[in-house]
Structure formats: structure tokens, C-alpha cells
Design a protein around this ligand. Structure first.
Ligand code: KIV
Length: 259
């Protein structure tokens, strides 16, 4: 049987020039299908708040919600590395809170790693967690927990100062011990440059194809929403229409007495 992907093995994939595949999942059956399809990493993103729970942004997502969804995903996987997103206020308040909450993700939910957002401000937490053996994935560029500060979901890294800041943050996170960094909505040239400058893999979303891997929110990839598809999403199917057709066929069969 294929063994589970590990945080260090992602770096080896980068060294071999193998692209890393990452998808988000939030429940057991979807995680099982993705795992059987062979995805390398499953991220239980706090995007669960938006695509599953119907919130306007990721800020209302709590630790209890993340533990609940992460444990379901873990039960559905044998091969993929499961990374649990640390929700808003679970790690920004103090290093102690971060340790307790990241610990819950591993101990209660069974995740093998956590992800948290931010550059310089996140370094003390990253150092503490990696120092105690908890693998951490970084997240730079558009960091959705700061949506109110950014004023929306716009491309990051434009201009020399912003680009330099992102490169410095990426290097500092690598030195602090993260095993990979998500680059969200970073200009493709800058994402390529950062990917070349780092030893650890970059995982892009809306940041061009030169990152060491790609991550997509599963609901965007399969067309679960008929209302909103982010510009950077590649839709491989439009499941919403198929689901509605099935629901309508069932309703019609029951009403007509066929079933
Ligand atoms: O929450 C999430 O799904 C994420 C990805 C967009 C990287 O952070």
C-alpha cells in the first residue's frame, strides 16, 4: 500500500521537479474520493466558512468548526497529507493559544500539519510550533483573514516595495521552519521568482503555473456554485447543474408516484 505523503517528502518532490497537487476538502466522502484519485495534500481550508457554511468571509470560522471538519477529512484519507487551516484568532492572540490550538488539530482532529497566514507577524508562532514538531505551512500574498485590511480580494506583490516585502517574508518563513508556502493571488513573475529563491515548495493559487504546486478550492474546481467562480479557478465540471437535474428528477418521480 502507498504510504502517506509527509511534509518533508514535499520538499523532495520540489527537488525532483515534481509538481505538488493540493485540493481543499471538508468532509469524509469528498476526502476519500480525492485521496483515491491520488492528490498529494488535502487542505481543510477555513474557506469551509464560505463554500460550505455560507459565511461572507472566513472570519467567523472557529476552532471547533475546523476540528469537526478536519477529523472527517482525516477519516477519509490514507495517502494524502492532511493540513488543517488555523482559523482567525486561533494563533494571532498569543504563542500559547497557537500551541494549544495547533495541538488540537493534531491531537483531536488527527491532522498531520497546520497552515497559518502571514509573514513577519507570524514568525514567533511558526518558530514555536515547528520547534515542537508541528509541521507548519505558510500563506502569503492575499491572506483572506486580513480581507478588511486589504479592502477586498485583489492581486498582491505589485510594485517594488510590495514585491520585496513578499520575498523577505517568504525567506523568513522558510528560515522559521515552514515546510511549504501558499502564494495566493501573487503576480506570476514574482511567484516564479520566490519559487526559485526558496528551497521549500511554493503552492500557488491564482499565482501562475511556475509555483512548485497548485491548490484549488474544491467547490470552485467542480462548479458547485452557479453564482460565483473566482477568476483564477479552473472548472473541470459544472456539478451544480447535474445536482439540480438529479434533485428535480427525484421530486418529479415522487410527485408522480413513480418512486
Ligand atoms: O482556506 C483555504 O481554502 C485556503 C486556500 C485558498 C489556500 O487557504
Amino acid at each position: 500500500m502507498q504510504s502517506r505523503v509527509t511534509a518533508p517528502s514535499l520538499r523532495e518532490m520540489k527537488e525532483r521537479g515534481e509538481k505538488i497537487t493540493v485540493l481543499t476538502a471538508y468532509d469524509y466522502p469528498t476526502a476519500k474520493l480525492m485521496d483515491e484519485a491520488g492528490v498529494d495534500v488535502i487542505l481543510v481550508g477555513d474557506s469551509v466558512g464560505m463554500v460550505v457554511l455560507g459565511f461572507e468571509n472566513t472570519l467567523p470560522v472557529t476552532m471547533d468548526m475546523m476540528v469537526h471538519h478536519t477529523s472527517a477529512v482525516v477519516r477519509g484519507t490514507k495517502h494524502a497529507l492532511v493540513v488543517a487551516d488555523m482559523p482567525f484568532l486561533s494563533y494571532q492572540t498569543s504563542v500559547e493559544d497557537a500551541v494549544r490550538n495547533a495541538g488540537r488539530m493534531l491531537q483531536e482532529a488527527g491532522a498531520q500539519a497546520v497552515k497559518l497566514e502571514g509573514g513577519a507577524a507570524a514568525l514567533p508562532v511558526v518558530k514555536k510550533l515547528t520547534g515542537m514538531g508541528i509541521p507548519v505551512m505558510g500563506h502569503l500574498g492575499l491572506i483572506p483573514q486580513s480581507v478588511h485590511q486589504f479592502g477586498g480580494y485583489s492581486i498582491q506583490g505589485r510594485g517594488d516595495d510590495a514585491a520585496l516585502q513578499l520575498r523577505q517574508d517568504a525567506k523568513a518563513l522558510q528560515e522559521a521552519g515552514v515546510f511549504a508556502i501558499v502564494l495566493e493571488l501573487v503576480t506570476p513573475d514574482l511567484a516564479k521568482r520566490i519559487s526559485n529563491e526558496l528551497l521549500i515548495p511554493t503552492i500557488g493559487i491564482g499565482s501562475g503555473s511556475d509555483c512548485d504546486g497548485q491548490v484549488q478550492v474544491m467547490h470552485d474546481l467542480i462548479g458547485y456554485s452557479e453564482e460565483f467562480v473566482p477568476k483564477h479557478a479552473k472548472q473541470y465540471t459544472k456539478i451544480a447543474g447535474q445536482l439540480k437535474d438529479a434533485f428535480r428528477a427525484y421530486i418529479s418521480d415522487v410527485r408522480s408516484g413513480k418512486f
